[in-house]
Design a protein around this ligand. Structure first.
Ligand code: ADP
Ligand code: MG
Length: 346
C-alpha cells in the first residue's frame, strides 16, 4: 500500500511544474547567478536543475531531505517577513518519496571536487561519493511518479501540454530574475539535445523579454507603473521609503511595476499573447488581475489582450501563500479593492 509520506508528498509535488518550481526556487535561494534546467523526454525520464549557488554544507547532508528540514527560517516570526522562496522543507523529502532522487553539491572551499548524495525513499541519506564538480548544486529527479501508477499515466498522457506549461513557468522565472542567467534544454530518447531558450549573463528584465519573446516584442512595450493606496481612509506616512507599510505593519499601498504592450486598436497581432504576474517577484497565477487588465483594454476597443509583465509589490501581510500545499495559489486579502483601483488607474 501507499505510505502516508507518499500521499502527502503527492500534494506538494503534483506535476513537472511543481518539481521545476521547487528546484529553481532552491537555486535562487542559494544565491545562484546561473541556473541550467535539463529535461530528458520532456521530463518524463529525468529533470535536472543545476545552479552555481553556495552549495550544501557537509553537516547538512544527513538532514537535507528529511521531512520539514529547512535551513531558511530561524524563528516562526520570520514567516511574516519572508525573503526566501522556501521555508517548509517539504520539496526534497517529497521528491525522495516520488522519484529516483540524487544531489551533487560542491562549495567554494571544496575545490573542483563535489559530493554525490543518494537518498532512501524516506529521505534518509543512503550514501555519499566524491566526484568532480563545479561550485553549486545539481538535483536530479528521474522517473517521477513511478511508484504512483495512476499519476504517472496521467502525466504521460498530458506531457505535451505539461511541457508547454513548464516552459511558460521557466520564462516567468527567467524574465523576473534580473542578474540570473537561465538555460533550458530537452533531449528526446534518440534525439539531439535541443535548447528551449537561454538568456544572457547579468541580464535585466528587458534583456530577458527580448531574448525569450523577441526584440520586436520589446519595441511594442511601455513601462507599467501603477501606485495606489488600498485603504481610502489611510493618509500617506511621513517616510517615503516605507510608504506602503504603516507603523503597525498593516498593509496600505500597492505598486504594480513592469512592462505592458501599447494598446493597438484594430486588427493585427503585434505581441505574443503572454501575461506574467508576480507578487513581490514571485511568479504566480492571478486570473482576476489578468481579467481586469483585459477588460480595460477591451473597453478602449483594443482587440488584442495585452502582453503583460507585472510585478505586484504588496506588503507581505496583505496576502497568503500558504493556502495550498504546493504554494501555487496566492490569496490577496483585499482583492476586490485592488481590482477596482487597478481598473481606475490604468
Ligand atoms: P526549503 O526550501 O523549504 O527549505 P527544501 O526541501 O526545498 O526546503 O530544501 C531543504 C533544504 O535543502 C534547504 O533549506 C536548503 O538548506 C537545502 N537546499 C536545497 N536545495 C539547495 C540548493 N540548490 N543549494 C543549496 N542548498 C539547497
Ligand atoms: Mg525549497
Amino acid at each position: 500500500g501507499r505510505s502516508i509520506h507518499q500521499i502527502q508528498s503527492g500534494q506538494v509535488i503534483v506535476d513537472i511544474c511543481s518539481v521545476v518550481k521547487e528546484l529553481v526556487e532552491n537555486g535562487l535561494d542559494a544565491g545562484a547567478t546561473s541556473i541550467e534546467v535539463r529535461f530528458k523526454n520532456h521530463g518524463l525520464d529525468s529533470i535536472e536543475v543545476q545552479d552555481n549557488g553556495e552549495g550544501i554544507a557537509p553537516d547538512d547532508y544527513e538532514t537535507i531531505a528529511l521531512k520539514h528540514y529547512t535551513s531558511k527560517l530561524s524563528s516562526y516570526d520570520d514567516l511574516s517577513s519572508l525573503q526566501t522562496f522556501g521555508f517548509r522543507g517539504e520539496a526534497l523529502s517529497s521528491l525522495c518519496a516520488l522519484s529516483n532522487f540524487s544531489i551533487t553539491t560542491a562549495r567554494a572551499v571544496d575545490g573542483p571536487k563535489g559530493t554525490k548524495l543518494d537518498f532512501e525513499v524516506s529521505g534518509k541519506l543512503k550514501g555519499t561519493s566524491v566526484i568532480a564538480s563545479q561550485k553549486g548544486t545539481t538535483v536530479t529527479v528521474e522517473s517521477l511518479f513511478n511508484n504512483l501508477p495512476v499519476r504517472r499515466r496521467e502525466l504521460e498522457r498530458n506531457i505535451k501540454r505539461e511541457y508547454g506549461k513548464v516552459l511558460g513557468l521557466l520564462h516567468a522565472y527567467a524574465c523576473v530574475s534580473a542578474s540570473v542567467r537561465f538555460s533550458v534544454s530537452n533531449q528526446m530518447p534518440k534525439g539531439k539535445k535541443v535548447v528551449a531558450f537561454s538568456t544572457k549573463a547579468n541580464p535585466t528584465t528587458r534583456d530577458n523579454i527580448a531574448n525569450i519573446y523577441g526584440a520586436k516584442t520589446l519595441l511594442a512595450l511601455v513601462p507599467l507603473e501603477l501606485k495606489f493606496e488600498m485603504d481610502p481612509s489611510a493618509r500617506p506616512t511621513k517616510s517615503a521609503k516605507n510608504w506602503s507599510t504603516q507603523e503597525d505593519g498593516e498593509s496600505r499601498g500597492v505598486e504594480i511595476l513592469g512592462h505592458i504592450s501599447r494598446p493597438v486598436i484594430g486588427e493585427g497581432r503585434q505581441t505574443p499573447d503572454r501575461q506574467m504576474f508576480f507578487v513581490n517577484s514571485r511568479p504566480c497565477a492571478l486570473p482576476q488581475v489578468s481579467k481586469a487588465f483585459n477588460e480595460v483594454y477591451k473597453s478602449y476597443n483594443v482587440t488584442q489582450s495585452p502582453f503583460i509583465f507585472a510585478d505586484l509589490k504588496i506588503d507581505t501581510n496583505a496576502y497568503d501563500v500558504n493556502v495550498s500545499p504546493d504554494k501555487r495559489t496566492i490569496l490577496l486579502h483585499d482583492q476586490t479593492t485592488l481590482l477596482e483601483k487597478l481598473k481606475s488607474s490604468l
